[in-house]
Design a protein around this ligand. Sequence first.
Ligand SMILES: NC(=O)C1=CN([C@@H]2O[C@H](COP(=O)(O)OP(=O)(O)OC[C@H]3O[C@@H](n4cnc5c(N)ncnc54)[C@H](OP(=O)(O)O)[C@@H]3O)[C@@H](O)[C@H]2O)[C@@H](O)CC1
Ligand SMILES: Nc1ncnc2c1ncn2[C@@H]1O[C@H](COP(=O)(O)OP(=O)(O)O)[C@@H](O)[C@H]1O
Ligand SMILES: [K+]
Length: 479
Amino acid sequence: MRTAYSVETVRAAERELMARLPEGALMQRAAAGLAAACADVLGRVYGSRVVLLVGSGDNGGDALYAGARLARRGAGVSAVLLAPERAHGGGLAALRRAGGRVVGADGGGAEAVVGRADLVVDGIVGIGGTGGLRPNAVPLADAVERSRAVVVAVDLPSGVDADTGEVRGRALRADLTVTFGTHKPGLLVDPAREYAGSVRLVDIGLELPASAELEALQHADVARMLPVPAAESDKYRRGVVGIAAGSARYPGAAVLAVAGALRGGAGAVRYVGPAGQAVIARFPETLVSDGGPKHAGRVQSWVVGPGAGDDAATVAEVLAAEVPVLIDADGLRLAEASAVRARRAPTVMTPHAGEAAALLGVEREEVEGGRLAAVRELAGRYGATVLLKGSTTLIASAGGAAVRVNPTGTSWLATAGSGDVLSGLAGSLLAAGLPAVDAASAAAYLHGLAGRFAADGAPAGAHDVAEEIAGAWRSVVRA
Ligand SMILES: NC(=O)C1=CN([C@@H]2O[C@H](COP(=O)(O)OP(=O)(O)OC[C@H]3O[C@@H](n4cnc5c(N)ncnc54)[C@H](OP(=O)(O)O)[C@@H]3O)[C@@H](O)[C@H]2O)[C@@H](O)CC1
Ligand SMILES: Nc1ncnc2c1ncn2[C@@H]1O[C@H](COP(=O)(O)OP(=O)(O)O)[C@@H](O)[C@H]1O
Ligand SMILES: [K+]
């Protein structure tokens, strides 16, 4: 499991560690890791041209000490000071001793130096930051974007919010972010994540509490969650998932949700709704009935909503069932909030940003700009596990535990019907007995991998994604 911690927690751990170490030791650890990453990026340090963008705090200090190390190895290092009178004194002295030079931020000289750089080190601001880049950094950011230099961000790309992943204003785009002690939530959540490039974590010895702000599952975590039929299993003991989806207008949503459910570990899939013929034609193993959820026979979980049109009665009937329920798509619009909150069995809701915005009564942009706040708010309001889909998929539970962030997604999944496959898959894992948050996050993990396998660099349809779930499952359990 990878984890990310808030700035407040990082600061507390830093204070605790600093009290036990000689002054400046932590910054030296950070700078050593940063310099090593820069050297890797450069390949050949000697003779390279490195520009440090240095702000007013310790983030700039890290950049200056790392710059000094690179200068000692023969790089030509220039530091652009954005707040000259507040730049880190020790770092500046070290850089000067190593033969580095200082360039003023104003007057165009700095932009020219950036234009000739092989490597730009962004030490403008780190976890002490608020808001986007300040006006005096904007011309430099423009120069960085025009240049061919590789950009390495110190701790965080400057201008992004460490705790939320929000980007309010301009931020610097990095190819690599070298972060210290722990990932920060903003490095894992869009839109900030996109600014970070790849992320390298440097261990500086911070001791962090057990509960993190964010968790990202890895193969081994998912492998432990996935159900395996025991010797004594039969199709009922493995769990039966009911799919109440599709309509005369959207029969395909039912087919795709069933396609996901058949690959999710339940022993049987029941389908109720008007798309029975389409479902059975594609998947003859489905148990199809047309009498509504109550008359479908026993299930261990329900999925309701994909392509459901305006069938509010079916949604209400499913919500009254005392088994785990996953609500997706039209079901999210049709579900009575009070009926969701009144449920005693687990509920999973799987909105995309537009659906989440409608539930929260805000604009879609607000959800996309502040995903963490949105997913937490929805989970709290509905007393449900909420999986917010999109460029970063997040899973929050009502109790306020760590939010899970899915690391496997790919933008190739942005194709009609792939959400239906996900809801079937997650519902099937619920029927197999996984706790709601595990069912949702393991489903997102497998779905993301399946999307990657299905696309493999070229467009794929939702049915291709469903077909790759088995391959994704195998790759996870065999890793
Ligand atoms: N924690 C750790 O374990 C370790 C931390 N280390 C390093 O220290 C870094 C944190 O250093 P820090 O606390 O000095 O803050 P930092 O980010 O440099 O900001 C400084 C000042 O910038 C300003 N400012 C605010 N917003 C801004 C903006 N948008 N654009 C421009 N300026 C802005 C604001 O001052 P203001 O101008 O508002 O008075 C703020 O106080 C951390 O990220 C890591 O690199 C490692 O060395 C070792 C281990
Ligand atoms: N830009 C993106 N990057 C990664 N995944 C994405 C992106 N856009 C959409 N997805 C994923 O694709 C799926 C689309 O689901 P959804 O929006 O419900 O579409 P549909 O209703 O057509 O099935 C979700 O799993 C979502 O997380
Ligand atoms: K930075």
